[in-house]
Structures are given as C-alpha cells and as structure tokens.
Design a protein around this ligand. Structure first.
Ligand code: G3I
Length: 350
C-alpha cells in the first residue's frame, strides 16, 4: 500500500473524512492529521462555555489556533457547537437578580453569541452544529425533549428554532446541522424525525442532521443504521457522521455506571476481529449513502487518547462513573502508537 495516502484520499469521491482535535493534538499529532484528514472539528474549544465563559469574555486562542492550523493545511472546518446543555455558558441563563433569566434576555444573549462566533469564522467554517442533543434520550416516546434549563426558560423547544434562525442570519452560506447521539435506536429515531419534520414545516433554516455515531461492536445493526439514514434523507437533508468511534466495551442501555473499575482484558484478537468486521460493515453502508453524506468525522485521533477511556465502558448518554476509572476503549482506526489498525485497512478496502 502507498503509505503516503490517507483516509481523505481513499474517500475522495465519497465524503470528507474528519477528526476531532484540540489545541494540543494539532501539535502532537499534526503529521497524522495532515496525512489522513480533510476536515476537523474542535473537540471542546468552540463550545459556548469554553469560548464565551462570562458575558464579556471570549477565549479565542485555542479556537483560532485550530482554525489557523486547518487553513494552513487546506483542511475544512466544521463548527461544534452553538447551543448545548453541557459545557454551556451558565451565565447566559442567569438574570440580573441571580435567578433564572427571562426568555427575552436569553434570546438576546444567544443571538449575540451566535453572531459573534460565526462572524469571526465566516467563510472559514463551512458548517455548524447549531443545536446539540436537545432530544430526550430515554426509551419513553412520550418524553420528546431533554429536560434542560433551555427547555424550562422557553417553556418548550422554541430555543431550537431561534438558534437556527440566528445562525442563518449570521452566516447564510454556512450549512446548519442538528447533532444527536443514539439516533439509530428506534424510539429516539422517531423523536428526532418528528423534530426535524416540524422544523422543516415551520421554515426553520436547517440543512442537515449529524449522527454522532458513538457506536459499539453490536450497535447499530445494519437495519437500524439504514432506517435512520433513510428517514433523514427522505426529508431532503444532508447527513454527516460527526463523532464516530466504536468502543469494544459497550455498556447495556440504561445500565448504571460501574462503582469499581471493570476488569480489562485489553484489545484481544477476538475483540479486534469483531471491531474490524463492524467498521467494515459501517463503511460499506456509509459508502452506499455517499450522495447524502457530506463528511465522516472520528471523535479523537488515535486509541492513545479517546474521551471514552475515562467513561468506565460507557459512551454518550451513559452515566459517568463517580470516581474516574480508565477502561481503554480502543475505538479508532489508529492504535496507541498512531499506527493504522486492521480496521483501517478494512475500511479503505485495500
Ligand atoms: O479543561 C478542563 C481542565 O481545565 C480541568 O481542570 C478539568 C477537570 O475536570 O477539566 C477539563 O475539561 C474537560 C474537557 O473535556 C477538556 O478535557 C472536562 O472536564 C470534560 O468534561 C470534557 O469532556 C468533553 C465532553 O464532551 C464534555 O461533555 C470531552 O472531552 C469531549 O470529547 C466530549 O465531546 C462530546 C461532544 O461535544 C458532543 N457529543 C458527545 C461527546 C462525548 O461526550
């Protein structure tokens, strides 16, 4: 194989291949990132609570560094994110009296935030996760939206509409995404579908849906993934896979966080073989949807540093262990030394 080639070359007729980065990894893993990827997402540095921690402070440094790195190497940039209940700017939701802010005040602040951030990177960031994870993750179809302060202050999901409208006003050329995890599970899939259909019907400017894709060796099944993709495509929207990883330690849906460190057998040949097969299955499907899929982004560079390692075998939406415990997830295409894994060769079909 030609080792100067990267994922971006193997998939050049299909979609961008991206990676989540931080101001550290663009230095420590720069050669690998430049060789393999043509899209980057800031793993944390553009989130509201990080970039805009108090009303009158913006922390641009790390985000600027990531944007400059990407521009220098002609790498596309997706923005993550403009509204989320985590890593949120808490001040935004507090009023002058120290109590919950009014809807009017929050709208004003949200608009100011979205305009300031999107303007700074106008023409450089080609798409934004405008709203992240606003749908309730439970298996209860009757509970549509995640219970957050946003939902409470707006007394409904109107903050979602507002964020998209502000984002479109701020940068009419940027592609605007709704981003969510566990989107292939039947009950949640239907809730997402209902939200997106409603946004479209109300004329809210949305271009695409991001599937975070924090997946595992047995989730999603082929049918689950295809059905979820088909639904979004049927609405005429773009799709991106925005945070892909495939953990070897799934925690059963709804299971509590472990209280003692789980037994770690490591990346055994059996688990490796199952991961290779899962990655191949996933990419066979993604290729089949290449007309609609604009980018596939991995969440971290290599197995050396995955956000999953500190989750005690849990993934997005799973309860976090009370005490930090490391259970290595080996979820990516590059090993702990940054070398291509078998799963890499399986997905590039070499
Ligand atoms: O930078 C601070 C440091 O100053 C502080 O001392 C330390 C103590 O906790 O925390 C550091 O911040 C951590 C941050 O990552 C940077 O490393 C936060 O605690 C930690 O919670 C944060 O985790 C991030 C997580 O989002 C926050 O919920 C992960 O890195 C990041 O990978 C993860 O990404 C999310 C996506 O944005 C949305 N979808 C799910 C995905 C995984 O949870």
């Amino acid at each position: 194989a030609d080792l100067s080639k990267g994922l971006k070359d193997y998939f050049k007729n299909d979609f961008f291949v991206g990676v989540a980065v931080g101001s550290r990894s663009i230095r420590t893993d720069s050669a690998l990132i430049i060789r393999e990827f043509n899209s980057v997402t800031a793993e944390n540095d553009m989130k509201v609570g990080v970039i805009h921690p108090t009303e009158n402070t913006y922390n641009w440094k790390n985000a600027d560094d990531i944007v400059a790195f990407a521009e220098r190497h002609k790498i596309n940039i997706r923005g993550h994110n403009l509204l989320w209940h985590q890593q949120n700017a808490e001040w935004m939701l507090v009023g002058p009296d120290g109590k919950q802010a009014s809807k009017e005040l929050v709208l004003k602040r949200l608009k100011e935030h979205i305009f300031t951030v999107m303007n700074r990177y106008k023409g450089k960031i080609y798409c934004w996760d405008v709203v992240n994870e606003a749908i309730d993750d439970s298996q209860d179809p009757a509970v549509m939206y995640r219970k957050t302060k946003w939902l409470e202050i707006f007394n409904g999901p109107e903050f979602i509409d507002a964020a998209f409208r502000f984002a479109h006003e701020a940068d009419p050329k940027a592609k605007l995404y709704y981003n969510e995890f566990n989107s292939e599970r039947e009950v949640k899939r239907e809730k997402i579908f209902k939200l997106i259909k409603r946004l479209k019907a109300d004329g809210v400017p949305i271009d695409g849906v991001g599937f975070q894709a924090h997946w595992s060796l047995d989730y999603p099944t082929v049918t689950q993934l295809r059905t979820a993709l088909d639904q979004i495509v049927s609405l005429g929207l773009e799709v991106q896979i925005t945070e892909l990883d495939v953990t070897i330690h799934p925690r059963p849906l709804g299971a509590p966080a472990p209280t003692t460190p789980p037994v770690d057998a490591g990346f055994t040949p059996d688990l490796e073989a199952r991961q290779v097969a899962k990655y191949k299955e996933i990419f066979d499907i993604l290729r089949a949807y290449k007309k609609n899929i604009k980018a596939v982004t991995f969440w971290n560079v290599s197995d050396r540093g995955s956000w999953l390692d500190s989750r005690g075998g849990g993934s997005a939406g799973d309860a976090k262990p009370a005490t930090p415990m490391i259970l290595k997830a080996y979820p990516l295409l590059f090993d702990v030394n940054g070398q291509r894994k078998k799963a890499y060769w399986a997905v590039v079909n070499n």
